[in-house]
Design a protein. Sequence first.
Length: 304
Amino acid sequence: MKLQLPDIASGQRAGAALPLKWVGMEGIAIPLNLIEQPSSSIAAKADVFVSLDEADAKGIHMSRLYLRVKDILAREQLSVGVLAALLKELVESQQGLSLAARLQLAFELTIRKPALLSDQFGYQTYPVSIRCEYINEQMNMELSLTIPYSSTCPCSAALSRQAMSDAITSQFSQDLISKEQLLDWVTSQQGSVATPHSQRSYAYLKLRLQNNALPNLETLIKNLEEVIGTPVQTAVKREDEQAFAKLNAENLMFCEDAARRLKLALENNGQVIDYWFKVEHQESLHAHNAVVIDHKSSHGYEKL
């Protein structure tokens, strides 16, 4: 026989009759099914909230939020339609207590990446989050990405070239030197006169797309890596490492250079209606970082 258990949330009224903006749960473990990886699900964390608009209600029906997130996201392939339907169900599950819903999904997308020259490959993960809100029967969605890359300082590269020039002048006093002499010296340990400083760098992006589109994440990430020009590598053999060194020499970048590459690409992307990004070069020369922050809108989007 099913027992009649007490329901405090429904049976009692709030001591202070005040509405609350968002009530819910954070860090719910959930499997996601992505278009990019149809054969397997990926582990994600979900934050789910609804508004508590019924001022004197004791609380929301929290377990209903969990059950709908679990039942829908674990079963369906992730899409804009699925997210919109889920948000609407979250509101309806509260039976008049709520008018709005918010959902954030955080996960790491694993991408298979080939080496630059050799036949090797490896895997790299990229942090991704999808945040969507359902307010006044309208859904808005924001996509966040973190993309690591390498950056080599143009100033340091110029100073290194100057140091090499000075060393050649000092090493070879005669006006004419043989090509063989010069090559022997350059390829010796003495030829390592100075190296420009490079650093692990990151682009943090928040995007809003036309019609709340959910793009192919792997394609979007690869396109942004091509824009920056120096994505970090996975498996490398010696020929790959040399190719990477050449790639960095061809793409000397201050943080301003990387930021302008990204901004130009975002401005020229007809799907992107709003953006915020932060470019961070974690310098090897300094103990602090070089940073650029930029955004399209002027309505406080930077704080999101």
